[in-house]
Design a binder for this molecule. Structure first.
Ligand code: AMP
Length: 111
């Protein structure tokens, strides 16, 4: 079981900022920006590579939640959404998640 599944199941604590029937959003434990939130589906999809056409609506929902949270968490100057996928993508937790980062000017290209 992944650490994110344990957060969904309330086996370990997290600073949850939003939840609904499809997803959960909580603050990253090692924030890379003043605002750094992870948005995860309740459905245990290991990575974007394992998402299927059935997940189309769910994936769209995660991005729209990111949009709403950017307003609620007051990062009006812009933000970045990131989905790391697989070893080269830098994914460290095998439960699909969208990073929402903001509150500072973010560099490009990423490392
Ligand atoms: P990734 O490297 O894209 O798989 O992102 C995983 C993220 O999960 C990292 O930014 C970690 O800091 C974060 N993370 C790991 N464990 C926890 C936790 N218990 N609570 C909140 N964030 C976590």
């Amino acid at each position: 079981m992944t650490i994110f599944q344990k957060i969904i199941d309330r086996q370990i604590p997290a600073d949850i900022v939003f939840e609904d029937d499809q997803c959960l959003a909580f603050r990253d434990i090692h924030p890379q920006a003043p605002t750094h939130v992870l948005i995860i589906p309740r459905k245990a999809i290991p990575s974007l590579a394992q998402a299927t056409d059935e997940d189309r609506t769910l994936l769209g929902h995660l991005l729209l939640v990111a949009r709403t949270l950017a307003v609620e968490l007051q990062i009006p100057n812009g933000y970045r959404t990131v989905i790391n996928c697989g070893p080269d993508g830098g994914q460290s937790v095998d439960h699909l998640h969208v990073h929402l980062l903001g509150g500072r000017s973010l560099g490009w290209p990423p490392g």
